[in-house]
Ligand binder design. Structure first.
Ligand SMILES: Nc1ncnc2c1ncn2[C@@H]1O[C@H](COP(=O)(O)OP(=O)(O)O)[C@@H](O)[C@H]1O
Ligand SMILES: [Mg+2]
Length: 247
C-alpha cells in the first residue's frame, strides 16, 4: 500500500563556516492510510524534514526509504503544497493546475484537471488568474495541482497558516471530506503545522517535535470519533497534552 520509512535521520546545515543542526535522529514509519500531523515550535526543522521526504534535500545522516527503496530525489508519488501557494501569475487556474501534468497526453490532462477543479471547489474559476482569487481559492489551486498527480503522499506545509481562520477551516473540512473517501489518493496526508488544534482536528496521528534541533518528543494516535468535535472534553485533553509537551 504505502510505505515511508524515515530512519535515524539528522540534518546539519553548513552556512558561513557554522554548523546549524536542524534535526536530530528522527525515526518515523508510515505503513498505512492515515493522516499524520507533524507539530513543533517554529524553527525546529519541520520544513527541513519534509523537504527531505520530498527529495529536495538530503539527510546528513540516516536514511529515508519509500516503498522499500532509498529515496534518491523527488518522487512523483510524493507531492507537496506550499504555504506561499507558488502559483504562476500569468497563467490561469486551469493552466496552473495543468503544470503538474505536462508529461501526460492532452486528453488525459484535460480529464484530470477538470476532475480536480470540481473535487476541490474551483468550479467556475478555471479561466481566472491568481490575482483575482482570494487566499483560500489560491490555496485550493495549490491543492488541486498536487492532487491531480494522484500521489501516495500529500504533504501540506503550513498550507493553512496564511489564511484567516474561517477560510482555513473550510478548506480543511473540504480536504477531510475528500480524504475520507478511501478509494481516493493520497493514502497519506502529512500535515505540518504549529497549530495544535489544527493537528488534533485533522490527524489520526500526531508527531511532536522538540525545539531545534528537532527530535521526536511524542508520537501519538488521536482516538476520537469522526467528525471530530472540538468542544469534546477528550479533544481538549489531547490539545492540553500536546501543549504541555511543546512548552
Ligand atoms: N537552507 C538552509 N540553510 C541553513 N539553515 C537552514 C536552511 N533551512 C533551514 N535552516 C535552519 O534550520 C532550522 C530549521 O528550519 P525549518 O526546517 O525551516 O524549521 P520549521 O519549518 O520547523 O520552522 C532553522 O534554524 C533554520 O534557520
Ligand atoms: Mg516551516
Amino acid at each position: 500500500m504505502v510505505e515511508l520509512s524515515i530512519r535515524n535521520v539528522s540534518k546539519v546545515y553548513e552556512t558561513d563556516g557554522k554548523s546549524v543542526p536542524a534535526l536530530e535522529d528522527v525515526t518515523i514509519r508510515i505503513t498505512k492510510r492515515e493522516s499524520v500531523a507533524l507539530i513543533g515550535p517554529s524553527g525546529c526543522g519541520k520544513t527541513t524534514l519534509i523537504r527531505m521526504i520530498a527529495g529536495l534535500e538530503k539527510p546528513s545522516s540516516g536514511e529515508i526509504r519509500f516503498h522499500g527503496k532509498p529515496l534518491a530525489g523527488p518522487d512523483q508519488k510524493i507531492m507537496m503544497v506550499f504555504q506561499s501557494f507558488a502559483l504562476l501569475p500569468w497563467k490561469t487556474v486551469y493552466e496552473n493546475i495543468e503544470l503538474a501534468l505536462l508529461d501526460r497526453p492532452e486528453d488525459e490532462r484535460r480529464k484530470l484537471v477538470n476532475k480536480y477543479i470540481n473535487l476541490i471547489g474551483l468550479q467556475g474559476f478555471a479561466e481566472n488568474y491568481p490575482r483575482d482569487l482570494s487566499g483560500g481559492m489560491k490555496q485550493r489551486v495549490g491543492v488541486a495541482r498536487a492532487l491531480c498527480r494522484e500521489p501516495d503522499i500529500l504533504i501540506l506545509d503550513e498550507a493553512f497558516s496564511g489564511l484567516d481562520q474561517l477560510t482555513a477551516r473550510n478548506l480543511q473540512n473540504e480536504i477531510l471530506r475528500y480524504y475520507q473517501n478511501k478509494r481516493m489518493k493520497p493514502d497519506v496526508l502529512l500535515l505540518i503545522t504549529h497549530n495544535i488544534q489544527e493537528a488534533v482536528y485533522l490527524a489520526d496521528r500526531v508527531i511532536v517535535l522538540s525545539h531545534r534541533p528537532g527530535h521526536i518528543k511524542a508520537d501519538m494516535r488521536i482516538e476520537l470519533d469522526k467528525p471530530k468535535n472540538m468542544r469534546d472534553r477528550r479533544f481538549q485533553d489531547y490539545v492540553d497534552e500536546i501543549t504541555s509537551l511543546i512548552t
